[in-house]
Design a protein around this ligand. Structure first.
Ligand code: HEC
Ligand code: HEC
Length: 275
């Protein structure tokens, strides 16, 4: 049977039995929040050494470099150029121009925000262990989803840029939410300045994390998204449905149908676990 038909069927059965109250009794235990916790430093990967960087200076550099190659390039080069000053090779020969591809959510396609793409690339370069990379990336991405940004303000600048909460790691959602919050157009100079300052924010946040991490003082802040935990309890690989693998904020794209709100618990309770 088609899965959506199955949902309607249980809807009918449940409605017939007048069991709205009953359905709450079938609620599965939702996945627990990730507790704040220490993440141990891993060895630098290959010759890609790290040394403490000043977050404010890094933010200013990212803001400056934005005009050369946009968001991803700005974040990436703000860190690499400083490490090249400290260590020389291999940093000096890194082909940074490649990072221009990430602008506008990858070639202007509006997918992953370029500032995050740049920061995640740096985590990938500097942190050798994959699980640790994932943990750091998740912290950074959740912070980005939930924090009113931009915060960074260049020295000697009088102009105020309105803030917005992206609710998503996607360039499209992030920039469009901002146009609504600010009443400025997507092609406006204010929007460009917003993304330019955002590059400063992400660069600064990243080096703050990396400084703590390589000193062995990094505590994952436990940024949480209760909706994601709830949804993946049933839809994720440990639930019965096993159709969803993402940590993105589900409600930035989905709202639950009425049938789902009333009867998903009961339907879920009755259904077979997928292989
Ligand atoms: C109690 C388990 C459970 C939870 C929690 C849950 N779902 Fe579902 N969901 C189901 C079941 C059962 C179906 C119907 C089976 C199917 O179509 O695969 C379904 C179907 C869906 C569908 C497709 C059909 C529809 O009604 O729209 C979407 C989209 C969806 N869920 C999104 C979500 C989101 C987003 C969340 C979190 C806000 C969520 N679900 C939480 C069990 C659950
Ligand atoms: C960036 C937008 C986006 C986000 C964020 C997102 N989804 Fe989706 N989801 C989609 C799209 C697009 C589809 C495909 C829908 C289609 O083709 O009908 C989909 C499909 C689904 C379906 C199958 C729907 C059906 O009709 O059977 C489920 C269930 C679902 N998503 C759950 C989730 C859950 C749970 C989360 C969070 C952990 C999530 N999604 C996050 C965009 C998103």
């Amino acid at each position: 049977m088609d899965r959506r038909k199955a949902l309607f069927l249980t809807t009918g059965i449940a409605a017939g039995g007048g069991t709205v109250a009953l359905t709450t009794a079938f609620k599965p235990h939702i996945q627990p929040a990730k507790k704040p916790g220490r993440i141990s430093p891993s060895k630098p990967a290959g010759g890609w050494k790290y040394s403490n960087l000043n977050p404010a200076a890094t933010a200013a550099l990212a803001h400056k470099n934005y005009t050369e190659g946009s968001c991803m390039y700005a974040v990436y080069t703000s860190v690499i150029s400083q490490l090249a000053d400290k260590f020389g090779e291999p940093y000096t020969s890194f082909p940074c121009h490649m990072m221009k591809y990430g602008h506008g959510g990858v070639g202007g396609f509006g997918t992953l925000c370029g500032t995050l793409n740049g920061a995640a690339a740096l985590i990938g370069l500097l942190v050798s262990d994959k699980k640790t990379q994932n943990a750091l990336i998740a912290d950074l991405f959740r912070w980005y989803e939930q924090t009113p940004l931009p915060e960074f303000k260049p020295e000697n600048s009088e102009s105020e840029i309105p803030t917005s909460v992206a609710g998503s790691t996607l360039c499209h959602a992030s920039t469009t939410n901002w146009t609504q919050a600010s009443d400025c157009g997507i092609g406006s100079k204010e929007r460009k300045e917003r993304c330019r300052r955002l590059s400063g924010d992400v660069a600064s946040r990243l080096v703050t994390m990396l400084n703590d991490f390589f000193e062995g003082n990094y505590t994952a802040p436990g940024f949480d998204n209760e909706t994601v935990r709830t949804c993946v309890t049933c839809h994720g690989k440990e639930g019965k449905l096993k159709t969803v693998s993402t940590d993105m904020n589900c409600t930035s794209c989905h709202s639950k149908s009425v049938g789902h709100q009333l009867f998903a618990d009961l339907h879920y309770k009755c259904m077979q676990e997928k292989e």
